[in-house]
Design a protein around this ligand. Structure first.
Ligand code: GCW
Length: 674
């Protein structure tokens, strides 16, 4: 991953580091401090090409002093006064003077803060940055920064493209794969502090005693890395594993069952994070099965968890079993009226967009609409709809686009970032979730480049105001090389990749035109599934005259779910951006877009531009040959070739289909699919 720590190849910089990093002096004891010390020894030894020792005291120059605010050696430093404001996970890394010796101090209010400071220092050194005036400071803007694994107990992974689940349930708890620690290291290095081990399409078995001992074994590994474990709670568990005849959340026996179950979990895992719940969505059981609301269900679990400081993360990804006229409206319609009805340890988790992790969607209208209910943002790191493992699509720009989207809920500047970091509505609890792309593949994520998506998720969860381009650069420097002839082209490829993918898959606000079920490859013609809203034709509605889904006031009026300013922008043909036009409007094939081209011309233009961009990415990648190791070079080259072919597949299939519907001619001149 990005924790490779190769020797610094620049002589001047190497000498500077060798002088500064002779030994690690740990002040205090504790499991997380031990991990910080070990990581510094490993990392700095690798980077300096020597052996960085551990030491008990600062005797001589070249010490890295690590400790919490409680350690005497840290208390005596000027930075101590500034630590307090940084909260339990914050850190400061600075040059300092101890007993006349120049040292580098890594300080936090807690041991985990020290660990985060450790990784910040290693990131700095891995980027070959200078040490003079060293001053690194950080504290997370979002409290719960969580990975959601959609991992099943049989080790299959829903929407996983990186092999099987890394949780080896049959070997747990007796055998602990060394990967668990590396997983925890990787997460801690980017600030992730929670992991939901199991799929939201949940199996109640994980709540049985034998599985809880396995969960405990994982929690024990992750704890010193600052990572809490969460589980998905299947709402019907009291019936399935508890022998009750109902799971009605108002039933006293059901409440007691959950209370007992939660108490049992906390006996094993005293810092258990809580439950993530998918209920009454896509066939999952839930409180509505008993005529109760989402709030009734969530609050029942919240009551059981509250004495232990656990939280409930209740998903807002819902759509009904009876085919709706506009599926995307349902979450807002069900949840908005419940604002203020949830217990204080409940968060409602909405996906970034109102549909389903598409290459591009507008932001979810619930953001900004629930001032009394902390909303968590769910992003998908695994690329279900974005070319899965093979296509190179760096998701940083997608995540950044969502975080910077302005909800106007409290006037201009009410971005999604300000909603989920709690500042806009003064939420007491804050959370963000990323659906993990991790599996047991050697490269962890199904492709070399998909590692960047895990990385950027963590970095943006820590600070949603960072730029995705800066994060891409950080990642490339740590993962491949600091040489500008590598950094520049690889960052360039990454930064153009998502837009290229939108162009060759779903330009102009098209959504959900992928193949049924697997969601890989084009299928805009598909129309045979029983649920109308699973069929691509439901979304684009193309016919001989027009294309697009009318969500304005003359259509489904989904635009009314946004703040007036936003709804007007999306709702008017004059102001809607071309990038989302077909998501909100039904337009004639010959209508003109902002680009000056007609809708048909623009569709042709974007599809072919997407293919061309992948061609550029492929050519650009060739320039790094010989400058990184051959294995990773060829892994990425091979996938770019697949992507280039499949971009053409998308273009040719989509244009052939839309051309057959519109009766418009696809211009000639495309290279045939090789
Ligand atoms: O994106 C869809 C996926 C399902 C997933 C569901 C959800 C876990 O196709 O596989 O189920 O969303 O988010 O609940």
């Amino acid at each position: 991953l990005w924790l490779r720590y190769p020797k610094v190849p620049i002589p001047g910089r190497l000498a500077e580091y060798q002088a500064a990093f002779k030994r690690v002096v740990k002040s205090g004891t504790g499991a997380s401090l031990d991990i910080a010390e070990a990581e510094l020894v490993k990392g700095l030894s690798g980077l300096t090409g020597g052996t960085v020792a551990t030491g008990a005291a600062v005797d001589g120059p070249g010490a890295v002093v690590i400790g919490t605010a409680a350690a005497d050696v840290i208390k005596g430093l000027p930075l101590a006064a500034r630590l307090g404001a940084l909260g339990p996970e914050g850190y400061l890394v600075e040059a300092a003077d101890i007993g006349g010796q120049p040292v580098i101090a890594v300080a936090g209010n807690t041991e985990v803060g020290v660990l985060y400071g450790t990784f910040a220092l290693l990131r700095h050194v891995q980027s070959h940055s200078a040490l003079d005036k060293l001053s690194l400071t950080g504290s997370p803007k979002i409290g719960h920064r969580i990975l959601n694994h959609w991992d099943n107990l049989d080790r299959s992974v829903e929407r996983g493209y990186a092999g099987r689940s890394i949780w080896d349930w049959s070997a747990l708890p007796g055998t602990l794969s060394p990967r668990y620690k590396d997983y925890a290291r990787a997460n801690a290095s980017i600030g992730i502090n929670g992991t939901v081990l199991t799929n939201v399409n949940a199996n109640a078995q994980v709540l049985t005693p034998s599985y809880l001992t396995k969960v405990k074994a994982l929690a024990d590994v992750f704890r010193p890395y600052g990572i809490k474990v969460y589980l998905t709670a299947r709402f019907s568990a009291p019936v399935e594993i508890g022998n009750l005849s109902t799971a009605d959340p108002t039933n006293a026996s059901v409440k007691q069952w959950w209370t007992n179950k939660v108490n049992e979990i906390y006996q094993q895992i005293p810092d258990f994070g809580g439950f993530l719940v998918k209920a009454n969505s896509e066939g999952q059981p839930g409180p509505q099965d008993y005529g109760r609301t989402h709030a009734d269900g969530a609050n029942m679990l919240a009551d059981a968890l509250a004495p232990h400081d656990g939280i409930v993360i209740w998903r807002a990804f819902v759509y009904s079993d009876t085919s709706p006229p506009d599926r995307i409206k349902q979450a807002y319609e069900e949840f908005k009226p419940l604002d203020g009805k949830f217990k204080s340890n409940v968060l409602v988790q909405a996906k970034n967009g109102p549909l389903d992790f598409q290459p591009r969607e507008p932001f979810h209208p619930l953001f900004g609409a629930m001032p009394k209910t902390p909303l968590a943002l769910e992003l998908q790191i695994t690329k279900e709809y974005l070319g899965e493992d093979t296509h190179l699509a760096y998701l940083g720009p997608l995540f950044e686009e969502v975080l910077k989207a302005d909800t106007y809920a409290g006037g201009e500047g009410s971005t999604v970032a300000r909603v989920i970091d709690g500042t806009l509505h003064k939420y007491a609890t804050t959370a963000i979730s990323g659906v993990a792309n991790v599996g047991d593949d050697t490269n962890w994520t199904g492709s070399q480049m998909n590692q960047a998506n895990w990385y950027v998720y963590g970095r943006l969860a820590w600070n949603p105001d960072l730029s995705s381009e800066a994060i891409a650069e950080e990642w490339v420097r740590q993962t491949f090389s600091n040489d500008p002839v590598v950094v520049e082209p690889v960052v360039q490829i990454m930064m153009q990749s998502r837009e290229a993918l939108v162009d060759y898959m779903t330009p102009l606000g098209l959504v959900h035109i992928m193949g049924n079920d697997h969601h890989y490859g084009p299928g805009p013609w598909l129309n045979s599934l029983s649920r109308v809203e699973w069929n691509p034709v439901y979304y684009h509605k193309a016919d001989a005259n027009s294309i697009g889904f009318n969500r304005t006031s003359s259509g489904s009026n989904a635009v009314a779910q946004y703040a007036a300013q936003v709804g007007q922008t999306f709702g008017s043909r004059d102001t809607v951006p071309d990038d989302l036009v077909l998501f909100f409007h039904r337009v004639g094939w010959q209508d003109k877009l902002k680009s000056g081209r007609t809708v048909w011309e623009e569709l042709v233009h974007r599809y072919s531009q997407g293919v061309d961009e992948v061609g550029v990415m492929r050519e650009t990648w060739k320039s790094v040959e010989g400058r990184i190791d051959g294995k990773r070079f060829s892994d990425v080259s091979d996938f770019l070739q697949i992507q280039h072919y499949e971009a053409r597949w998308w273009r040719d299939a989509c244009l052939a289909y839309f051309g057959s519907v519109s009766k418009l001619q696809v211009p000639s001149g495309y290279a045939p699919l090789a």
